[in-house]
Design a protein around this ligand. Structure first.
Ligand SMILES: [Zn+2]
Length: 164
């Protein structure tokens, strides 16, 4: 066991001590990952600390966190898919009506490849709770963005002259 040292984060003397064999459980949105056998230094005064760079603690802790973020994204993706199906929308209709973005934006949200934007998640949850509002959503979506707002006609002056 290494002895206590001056904390160079907060400056408290004899406050930084070594720990090893620690287990921590990280949780995100009700999902958990347990990481065992962690080692590092922590300060009893400021509470700050760091993983022992001579061990793989930082890597394993980071991987567990990354895994949880992905799992949380997949969980929200599955929720998006369930609600979209409940509303009888295709992915393309969901993009046109609700999310915007590229034609495959919704499938990327549903697969958890990209985190769904919070306003979209909120909107989907509203429609999950009040599915009859989908008709209102369709009416309100008319002209709600600039896509498809422009049309153009080619003015062929030459032909116009010929015709006159
Ligand atoms: Zn400290």
């Amino acid at each position: 066991m290494k002895k206590t040292e001056l904390c160079y984060i907060c400056g408290a003397p004899d406050a930084l001590s070594y720990f090893e064999g620690r287990s921590e459980t990280i949780s995100v949105k009700g999902m958990e990952r347990r990481v065992d056998n962690l080692a590092g230094w922590e300060c009893k005064v400021c509470g700050d600390g760091f993983w022992d760079p001579d061990t793989d603690s930082a890597d394993r802790y980071g991987e567990a966190g990354d895994e949880l973020v992905l799992a949380a994204r997949k969980m929200i993706g599955a929720e998006m898919k369930r609600i979209r199906r409940k509303l009888h929308l295709t992915q393309k209709e969901a993009v046109d009506l609700l999310s915007g973005g590229g034609h495959n934006a919704f499938s990327r949200y549903e697969r958890g490849e990209v985190p769904a934007p919070k306003p979209l998640v909120l909107l989907m949850r509203f429609l999950d709770r009040h599915p009859h509002l989908l008709a209102d959503a369709k009416a309100l979506a008319e002209g709600a963005d600039m896509r498809g707002a422009f049309t153009y006609t080619v003015n062929n002056d030459t032909e116009a002259l010929k015709a006159s």
